[in-house]
Design a protein around this ligand. Structure first.
Ligand code: G3P
Length: 218
C-alpha cells in the first residue's frame, strides 16, 4: 500500500518524508487556502521534497479551462498529478490530459459508477472520499470494497484506488485489508498509526533495564 500525505503544510511534509514512508502528496483548493501559500510556489516546493506523485487541483469547472489549467500545472514538475473533479467536464479533461502523458487524479468520487467512469477516462488515480460518506452515515469503506472488486474484474482498468478523506488509522487498516492501492492520510493520522501504548511501555522498560547494566554500546 502506498501512503500519500494529505496536506500542503511544508513542515509536515518534510518531517514525514524524512521517515521514507511517504510515497506522494495530495492537495486540494481548501488545503492550499489553509496553507496561505502561493499555489505554484508551494506545489513546486512539495515536488522538490517528495519524488512521488503530488496532486495539484484545477480551479475551473469547464473542460476548456480545466485543460488549460491542467497543462499549466503539469509544467510545474514531472511528478505533478493534475486533480480534476469527477464531473462530465472533469472526465473529458482527464482523458485529454492522460492522453498527453499527464498523471491525473480524479477527485470527489462518491460512487462505484463514478469510479468506473474515472477508469474508462484513463485516470491514474481515483479518489473516493470515505470520511465524507461516513459523515452522512453511508459506509465509505463499502465503496472502496465495491470499487476494488469492480476494478479487479477488468485487467484493462489501470486506475489506482486512492482512498481519501481518511479520518483515522482504522480507515487506513480497513483500506489495506481490502487491497486499495493508496491511502492519502492527514499528517496527524499518519503519526497516530505509529503509536501504541504497549510499545511505549515496553521501550521504557527496556531503557530502564539497559541502564541498570551499566554498559554502553558506543
Ligand atoms: O484531499 C482530498 C481529501 O482527502 C479531503 O478529505 O478531509 O476534506 O474530507 P476531507
Amino acid at each position: 500500500m502506498k501512503f500519500f500525505v494529505d496536506t500542503a503544510e511544508i513542515d509536515d511534509i518534510r518531517d514525514l518524508a524524512a521517515t521514507g514512508l511517504v510515497d506522494g502528496v495530495t492537495t486540494n483548493p481548501s488545503l492550499i487556502h489553509k496553507s496561505g501559500r502561493n499555489f505554484f510556489e508551494v506545489i513546486a516546493q512539495i515536488c522538490d521534497i517528495v519524488d512521488g506523485p503530488v496532486s495539484a487541483e484545477v480551479a475551473a469547472t469547464d473542460f476548456d479551462t480545466m485543460l488549460a489549467e491542467g497543462k499549466k500545472l503539469a509544467k510545474i514538475a514531472n511528478n505533478v498529478a493534475v486533480k480534476v473533479p469527477l464531473t462530465h467536464d472533469g472526465l473529458k479533461a482527464c482523458r485529454a490530459l492522460t492522453q498527453a502523458g499527464t498523471m491525473v487524479n480524479v477527485t470527489l468520487c462518491f460512487s462505484a459508477n463514478q469510479a468506473i467512469l474515472a477508469a474508462k477516462a484513463g485516470a491514474t488515480f481515483v479518489s473516493p472520499f470515505i470520511g465524507r460518506l461516513d459523515d452522512i452515515a453511508v459506509e465509505g469503506m463499502q465503496l472502496i470494497a465495491d470499487i476494488c472488486t469492480i476494478y479487479d474484474n477488468y485487467p484493462n482498468f489501470t486506475t489506482e484506488v486512492l482512498v481519501a478523506s481518511v479520518r483515522s488509522p482504522l480507515h487506513v487498516l480497513e483500506a489495506a485489508r481490502i487491497g486499495a492501492h493508496v491511502a492519502t492520510v492527514p499528517p496527524s493520522v499518519l503519526r497516530q498509526m505509529v503509536n501504541h501504548p504497549l510499545t511505549e511501555k515496553g521501550l521504557a522498560a527496556f531503557v530502564a533495564d539497559w541502564q541498570k547494566t551499566g554498559q554502553s554500546i558506543l
